[in-house]
Ligand binder design. Structure first.
Ligand code: URA
Length: 475
């Protein structure tokens, strides 16, 4: 029977304890399968004997491994110690084992390390102190065991302050000279709402430059779960909603102040040399020459989006139909007629919204002399998403409406069931809202008059909600 060694580490991030035990076990040739790693106070292992460590011999490992291990031990994955030990054993015989980036074990450990570094970065970025009688207190919930690893940053940055950072696992305290540790805490242990919050809010709204708004990146950096502990995040939604308006105001003001316009132009990621209208026109010009998929070979022309570039609602259909293909404009055929009637009934002015399609060329099959609509496939939707994304990037509508499943798939990036998602907004990568509703053609194609009536009723109900929401966001 193989002896099973149990190593009990003093804390979930006990790197020194792991390193010492791992080195000795590896020297003694103990296989990874014969070691049980556990943390003091964690679930006890009933089997195995405590590892009595053989005399430590020098066992050189690459520096990159030590750095990797330093990060990995902080991960919450219970297997982290065993995985590291397995790689350590490999390194004994192959000093280059870590360089094989395609190896499953190496990849897994690198992913763990990356997640830990991301968590540390988030703690550095999102801890917010609140003042309590001269003491600064913050509450933060990391995903991994990173508090000790992240602490040095706060000591360096806030050396002259007395502060505590509370987390569910442990708290750390800095008295101006020494760093000490205490037990974990709950959010309620940190003071809520004080003058510091106002300072943060003011700071945040003053640094918020609408021309630079990249909500996708912002949300990626600042996932929603952190928002509740951060005073300034209550500003995020209203700022997103009014960003476009503020940007346009800035452009207007820049008529009098040319420098600002240049600065703004330089900041724009799309066509830095042009203003918004010129950028859109350049996009349209390129789209007219599009060969990103085969459809350009068959249709009459590219049918690009149309409408004001400061529209607060963007409607996205599937693809132009026969009449749209001939006219070069979206939604002018029978589906467009139903769409127009419904917009009017909902009180939405078509000339105030931007209307476009997920796919910009008409896809059809010939039936006799008639061109019959043919659904675009996933490759065509994906090729054409490039144009839609650029339209959205320029217009940045707070509300985008997917008319039907093809548009929803293009916008959301996966298939959705309309009946399941209609009536409530989905969040897009840029933080704006996507409302999914039926495609007008599906209402026209309904099997009987009763079904068409019901389709129209639901469509109108959705449009009314969308209108109300766009107005709410603009306030
Ligand atoms: N159907 C669409 O999806 N778009 C149009 O432009 C016309 C019909």
């Amino acid at each position: 029977m193989i002896d099973v060694y149990r190593v009990t580490l003093s804390a979930p991030d006990d790197f020194d304890g792991w390193r010492e035990a791992a080195r000795d076990l590896a020297e003694a040739g103990v296989p990874a399968s014969a070691v049980v790693w556990q943390v003091e106070g964690g679930a006890a292992d009933l089997f195995g004997t405590d590892a009595t460590q053989p005399a430590a011999a020098s066992f050189p490992v690459p520096r990159s491994f030590v750095e990797l291990a330093g990060d990995v031990v902080c991960h919450a994955d219970p297997e982290r110690f065993a995985l590291l030990y397995a790689l350590l054993l490999r390194l004994r015989y192959d000093r280059h084992a870590l360089e094989d980036a395609a190896d499953t074990l190496v990849r897994r450990l690198q992913d763990l390390a990356k997640a830990v570094r991301r968590d540390v970065h988030k703690m550095h970025a999102f801890v917010r102190f609140r003042e309590l009688d001269g003491l600064f207190v913050a509450f933060f919930e990391p995903e991994h065991h990173i508090v000790r690893r992240a602490a040095g940053f706060f000591v360096d940055r806030f050396t002259n302050m007395v502060w505590s950072i509370l987390t569910p696992e442990l708290s750390i305290h800095w008295d101006g000279t020494n760093l000490s540790e205490g037990p974990g805490a709950a959010p309620a242990d940190a003071p809520a709402g004080d003058p510091l919050e106002e300072t943060w809010r003011t700071y945040y709204s003053s640094i918020f430059n609408p021309a630079r708004l990249k909500v996708g990146a912002m949300l990626k950096e600042m996932p929603k779960k952190y928002w509740r502990n951060m005073p300034e995040t209550s500003l995020v939604q209203p700022l997103i909603a009014t960003a476009r308006m503020r940007e346009l105001e800035m452009i207007d003001r820049s008529d009098a102040k040319e420098g600002l316009l240049h600065a703004l132009e330089a900041e724009r990621s799309i066509e830095p040399g042009g203003n918004l209208r010129a950028s859109w026109e350049a996009l349209l010009k390129d789209a007219r020459k599009c060969t990103r998929c085969e459809l350009y070979k068959f249709g009459t022309q590219t049918v690009f989006g149309e409408g004001p570039l400061d529209a607060s609602i963007m409607f996205v259909g599937e693809q132009p139909g026969d009449q749209e293909d001939l006219a070069g404009r979206p939604f002018v055929g029978p589906a467009g007629q139903l769409f127009d009637e419904a917009l009017e009934a909902a009180g939405i002015d078509r000339s105030a919204v931007y209307v476009t399609n997920a796919v910009k060329h008409f896809k059809f099959v010939m039936r006799g002399k008639r061109r019959i609509h043919n659904k675009p496939d996933a490759g065509e939707i994906s090729a054409c998403r490039w144009w839609l994304e650029h339209e959205r990037e320029l217009i940045r509508p707070p509300v985008t409406v997917a008319l039907g499943a093809t548009a929803a798939r293009s916008l959301v990036g996966k298939a959705v069931t309309i009946s399941k998602v209609r009536g409530e907004p989905l969040m897009l990568g840029d933080g704006s809202e996507c409302w999914v509703t039926a495609h007008p053609s599906s209402i026209l194609r309904a099997p009987d008059e009763a079904a068409r009536r019901e389709g129209r009723r639901l469509f109108l109900r959705d449009l009314k909600r969308i209108k109300a929401r766009a107005e709410e966001l603009a306030r």
